[in-house]
Design a protein around this ligand. Sequence first.
Ligand SMILES: [Zn+2]
Length: 305
Amino acid sequence: MANDESESEPFAATREPPPRALTRVSPMVRRLLAPNATPFTFNGTCTYIVGEARVAIVDPGPADDSHLSALLAAVDGEQVETILVTHTHRDHVEGVNKLRAATGAQVVGAAPFMARGDGSAGLDSAHDRDYSPDAVLADGERWRGAGFTIEAIATPGHCANHLCFALLEENALFSGDHVMAWSTSVVAPPDGSMRAYMDSLDKLRGRAETLYWPGHGGPVLEPQRYIRALIHHRRQREASILNTLVDGPQTIPELVARVYVGLNPALTRAAGLSTLAHLEDLSERGMVVGEAAGGGEARFRLAQG
Ligand SMILES: [Zn+2]
């Protein structure tokens, strides 16, 4: 799951859908698109092959036999040593077990999903609960492949177990669903957190990578500048929510209708979840108060004072 809204994203550039065919995108990286286009996944999940002869695969994508076959054909004659996983949303990870069975690769990366609460809220149902890695990478931990080094960077926000992977030899970063050029990320409580997401953006902004390979869509060029725009975009959204609440207490559907003008109707629920993430963050900061639902939709109002 990736997309928050298709309108009003910070940069219009690099929104071209990447080609479906196997593409060499850098000296060490090849990309293959999975056939799972939706309003949330753009034209599909990007699976990356890193290295030569003894390779790692970043995010095998959905459980789709045609994608698995194409992936195995792409690495024909090579050894897949490692499967790296950015996070456990199904569109990134559901193909792991078949790829592992076909290659004997070690599965390394994100921690398994852990529900906060009863596991039914937000986008909890989007997580693959059959995922069982051989090793979980901690923030800053390095994983050495044949001729390349991956550094894991904990980037919670889109979901709690999200990792980005820096490819040190190319000063590049696999950014998963945390930073994408085609769209902003959905941040859905309780697993997603707006505060964590903003902190994770700041964390990447302080790093030196000059090119990102996202989980959906084409590369992020000038990533530090792009991240500044993403942060600005979220602050503006927060400001519009606060401005709208000046008119009195409102429900999330009422806020979405006023704040997300021109929204693709397919993305209404995602916009509602992102709005909830802002409201949760604003509540923690003492700026907004949620009023008891009393049988209907909960209403939110500005805190007094
Ligand atoms: Zn996701």
